[in-house]
Design a protein around this ligand. Structure first.
Ligand code: M6R
Length: 613
């Protein structure tokens, strides 16, 4: 939530800040703002409600703001409505210090009251402004900006990534981080801070990841990092291997469509390096056979679509491993007094690696002695760095708020991990192991074949159903888990009310909602339960539902006899079928949202990376 950027160097800062913010707008798009410092004009702050485009037009692409030092922000509102005043940067009362913030200052009210008693006047309703005012207060005390930042950080509670500039320091940008991502970028013409590498990748791939409690002082030629006691820290620098085109639309109308199309390649990149000589090889996983045999319980923790991957994995892992697997929403897990102990393997799944609830749940699991394994897409993200083991999905940057390729790569990676653990436990037959492994490797090809097909039928269904107010996704077992993802995709980007139900549960209440013309997306791709799926289709049809069915090619004919419309996907091993089944669901959501004229890549009220509770 919220994207921050900062630049200090030998080039005009404003266009660089706007360009970086444009690549991070998926993190929040309620308002945007920049502060730039120049010799002649001092601190210039421009901020406005609405999309970045509004800000960019206001300052003519940055041309209006002079200066080679600046900070920028794109906001997902938490404290205070999205308006011009609550937009960042926030400026201290004397107008000499400007800050951008991502995170939440939990004790801001108490600090605000304290400063108000001292006579400070606040402009906004935000928690962030308190930091600008507090900085001025401490700076007036010690006349040293680094020291003032240190003092402020000791007083605030909560999460933060800050970019700070001060009129008295014409050549320095200060940054600090705790529990919100912040990256340092080492460029040729200057140095950067950013919430996400995509913002600065056009300028540099040479980066370092700030750790909690660290403060950085950047000039055009240097980056010095300090710990919370202001003792210098040596940072490990790494090279980002994504290229700029990965974060651009490349001719597609939306990032979501581009990312749907990139799935075969993303799966290939995630799977190929991990299969050698007919075996799953997970070099980065440091679990001994002895430890695995001793695992009494497996927890999978995640939010949103990552949680839905966990749901699929629960079915598959229990089948393969014969061990209890509990899937819990991270926001519930952290407060449920979980029964985690030293014999618990706790798997956390997160595309961004920054989701606050997932991070907190992981920390709670660690505190209770569990061993944590993170499945993460963003290299160097907080969850990746804190987990005992991390396995990366190689989906590349995912920009659309609605996840597609990250979901798909999480799914296959979890399948590989399940297979690997089952093999260590000796709970999977060799023939089954080989069959799954062969099919995992053919997924990219089968998916590509689906994506190469004309999507006219899906576009037609979208045009036929886009006006429905409420849509149900029904299925059993893996189809139910996949339906959860189909339903979330649809509701988040098209704003149509939608629910996923386990088909067998319908008659215990929900079927009362089915009436003439209700759209039901019936999922029947899981071969072992196809007949049961058919019975449920018949049941809802009998109550007047219009049924759009999804099945596999070998069941198409049977399904077509009952459903109003049918989409069929290629057959693969049953445990992998959701990897193919989800693609038409993604496309259906995409085309429905397109028909409804929705802002597909940036749906209302949402942000890509949820770094608040
Ligand atoms: O980055 P994470 O995987 O931890 O994010 C979790 C959810 O916020 C995320 O999957 C969300 O549900 C998706 N944007 C849905 O498309």
């Amino acid at each position: 939530m919220c994207g921050i950027i900062g630049f200090v160097g030998r080039e005009p800062a404003a266009p660089i800040l706007l360009d970086g913010l444009a690549r991070m707008e998926y993190r929040g798009y309620d308002s945007a703002g920049v502060a730039v410092r120049s010799e002649t004009k001092g601190l210039q702050v421009k901020k406005t409600k609405g999309r970045l485009k509004v800000l960019s037009d206001l300052i003519h692409g940055g041309a209006d703001l002079e200066g080679n030092l600046g900070i920028g922000h794109t906001r997902w509102a938490t404290h205070g409505e999205p308006n011009d005043i609550n937009a960042h940067p926030h400026v201290s009362e004397n107008g000499r210090i400007a800050i951008v913030h991502n995170g939440i200052i939990e004790n801001y009210l108490e600090l605000k009251e304290h400063l108000q008693k001292l006579g400070v006047t606040f402009q906004s309703e935000t928690d962030s402004e308190v930091v600008a005012q507090l900085l001025e207060y401490h700076y007036n005390e010690c006349h040293n900006m680094l020291e003032a930042v240190g003092r402020v950080l000791r007083r605030i509670e909560g999460s933060y990534a800050f970019g700070i500039i001060c009129a008295d320091y014409p050549n320095a940008l200060i940054a600090a981080r705790k529990d919100s991502p912040l990256i340092l970028g080492y460029g040729e013409n200057g140095n950067f801070i950013a919430s996400d590498v995509t913002a600065i990748i056009k300028y540099t791939r040479d980066v370092a990841y700030m750790d909690d409690g660290e403060i950085a002082v950047l000039t055009a030629d240097s980056i010095d990092v300090f710990d919370d006691e202001l003792v210098p820290v040596e940072k490990h620098r790494s090279t980002v291997d994504w290229d700029v085109s990965a974060a651009e639309k490349g001719g597609y109308p939306h990032f979501m469509l581009k990312e749907i199309m990139e799935q075969p390649e993303a799966i290939r990149k995630t799977v190929s390096p991990r299969i050698k000589n007919g075996r799953v090889v997970l070099d980065d996983l440091h679990l001994t056979e002895e430890y695995v045999r001793d695992i009494s319980r497996i927890f999978i923790i995640a939010c949103g679509s990552s949680y839905h991957v966990g749901m699929v994995s629960k079915y598959n892992w229990e089948k393969l491993m014969r061990r209890p697997v509990e899937v819990t929403l991270a926001s519930e897990f952290r407060y449920c007094d979980p029964l985690v102990d030293e014999k618990s393997l706790v798997v956390v799944i997160s595309q961004s690696g920054e989701t606050l609830d997932t991070m907190a749940a992981m920390r709670e699991a660690k505190r209770r002695g569990g061993r944590t394994l993170a499945i993460v897409n963003v290299v160097g993200s907080s969850i990746a760095r804190e987990a005992d083991d991390v396995l990366y999905t190689w989906a590349g940057p995912e920009i659309a708020v609605a996840t597609t390729k990250a979901y798909s790569t999480q799914l296959v990676l979890m399948d590989l991990v399940g297979l690997y653990l089952a093999d260590l436990l000796g709970t999977v037959e060799q023939s089954e192991y080989d069959a799954i492994l062969t099919e995992v490797q053919s997924l990219p090809e089968k998916m590509q074949e689906m994506l190469n097909r004309d999507t006219e039928d899906i576009q037609y269904f979208a045009s036929r159903y886009f006006n429905h107010d409420s849509i149900f996704f029904i299925g059993r077992n893996l189809d139910y888990a996949m339906g959860m993802e189909g339903s979330l995709k649809l509701k988040e980007i098209s704003y149509i009310h939608s629910e996923a139900y386990a088909s067998g549960e319908l008659k215990h209440g929900t079927i009362s909602l089915i009436e003439q013309g209700t759209l039901v997306v019936a999922l029947g791709t899981y071969a072992p339960l196809f007949d049961k799926a058919m019975s449920n289709v018949v049941e809802v049809k009998a109550r007047g539902a219009e049924v759009l069915a999804l099945t596999t090619e070998d069941f198409r004919e049977k399904m077509e006899k009952t459903a109003d419309a049918t989409v069929a996907v290629p057959v693969t091993h049953p445990v992998l079928q959701p990897s193919l089944g989800v693609v038409p669901l993604q496309l259906f959501s995409y085309y429905v949202a397109l028909q409804r004229g929705c802002d597909i890549d940036k749906p209302r009220n949402l942000a890509k990376s949820v770094t608040v509770e």
